[in-house]
Write a protein that binds this ligand. Structure first.
Ligand code: SAM
Ligand code: DTB
Ligand code: SF4
Length: 325
């Protein structure tokens, strides 16, 4: 018998995906795509468990980068109030509350192009404090040097979030103040320091189908698959360059999740920003397509997220359990 076409070797960890293979996955009949994604999901994860993360913006606004989607860029007039780096105690109090709400991972985001070493020391104290509460830690601070990644590792950091955001070709339409290669360099520093990589992107930014294909292809052909892959639906923000983008069709969003699941079988795929604009049914389809993480809490970094009581009801309706550490 002939060997199956490479893209049908489902469940195999591959770093040699071609764009054509990823494109073929995207255009499968929906039922076939979901069946394959669900099959891969069940081979690698407990089918009814979803990991819960919570987010806090520890330094908000005034960012020198010009990411077209972001409320925090100094290039945008969004009316967002900028604030300086929070105190360690205030962050730890918030983390404690998040733990009480069932979160097992606490993610801290700062609106920096890259952290100053003196600020990094404060973030390291936050990481140590959150770990002492018995939670996993994740930070997203912009570009890092190798030495900064090593410092975060020595503080006990579990995950570093640094998104490629979109395809390599579309990247320059979205951000002009740094390159795609800058992103890859930081990801390499994080990986080499032995920190888990959280890396994904955003859809609904006016990208073409080929950009969604290019984004998943870029993620799935990294030297190691990111341990965590957040897929964000753009939160449209008035005053940003992308504030008027047409929303992504929910079925196209679910397809993006499913292709990520098949291409990166052992990565935790996060249904990240955008859930406030999704029905329960769309979210259920995302879980069926292999999403197994969400952010819980009424705020992401600067934009709203569903009420916790709504998420509890949704989990109960679907028979979904929060993943334990
Ligand atoms: N400044 C750091 C950086 O850019 O890496 C960390 C914070 S940044 C807000 C983290 C990620 O959130 C971005 O890479 C982007 O993928 C996502 N994000 C930001 N604004 C968003 C929006 N309006 N809608 C959806 N995702 C968004
Ligand atoms: C990620 O991929 N999504 C999160 C987290 N990583 C840091 C951030 C979403 C931000 C949504 C817009 C906002 O709240 O400002
Ligand atoms: Fe700054 Fe990050 Fe927002 Fe870009 S996404 S403007 S780097 S905070």
């Amino acid at each position: 018998m002939n060997a199956p076409a490479p893209e049908f070797r489902d469940g195999v960890i591959r770093h040699d995906w071609t764009r054509e293979e990823i494109a073929r996955l995207f255009t499968l009949p929906f039922a076939d795509l979901i069946f394959r994604a669900q099959t891969v999901h069940r081979q690698n994860f407990s089918a009814n468990e979803v990991q819960i993360s919570t987010l806090l913006s520890i330094k908000t606004g005034g960012c020198p980068e010009d990411c077209g989607y972001c409320s925090q860029s100094a290039s945008h007039e969004t009316g967002l109030k900028a604030s300086k780096l929070m105190d360690v105690e205030a962050v730890l109090a918030d983390a404690k509350a998040a733990k009480g709400g069932g979160a097992t991972r606490y993610c801290m985001g700062a609106a920096w192009r890259s952290p100053k070493d003196k600020d990094l020391e404060v973030v390291c104290e936050m990481v140590e404090g959150v770990k002492a509460l018995g939670m996993e830690t994740c930070v997203t601070l912009g570009m890092l040097t190798g030495a900064q990644a090593e410092r975060l590792k020595s503080a006990g950091l579990d995950y570093y979030n640094h998104n490629i955001d979109t395809s390599p070709e579309y990247y320059k339409e979205i951000i002009t103040t740094r390159t795609y290669q800058d992103r890859l360099d930081t990801l390499a520093h994080v990986r080499e320091a032995g920190i888990n990589v959280c890396c994904g992107g955003i859809v609904g930014m006016g990208e073409a189908d080929s950009d969604r294909i290019g984004m998943i292809h870029a993620l799935a052909t990294l030297p190691e698959h990111p341990q965590s892959v957040p897929i964000n639906a753009l939160m449209k923000i008035k005053g940003t360059r992308l504030g008027d983008s047409d929303p992504i069709d929910p079925i196209d969003f679910v397809r993006t999740i499913a292709v990520a699941r098949i291409a990166m079988p052992r990565s935790v795929v996060r249904l990240a920003a955008g859930r406030t604009n999704m029905s329960d049914e769309t979210q259920a389809l995302c879980f069926l397509a292999g999403a197994n993480s969400i952010f819980v809490g009424t705020k992401l970094l600067t934009t709203p997220n569903p009420m916790e009581s709504h998420d509890h009801k949704l989990f109960a309706k679907l028979g979904v359990r929060a993943m334990a550490l």
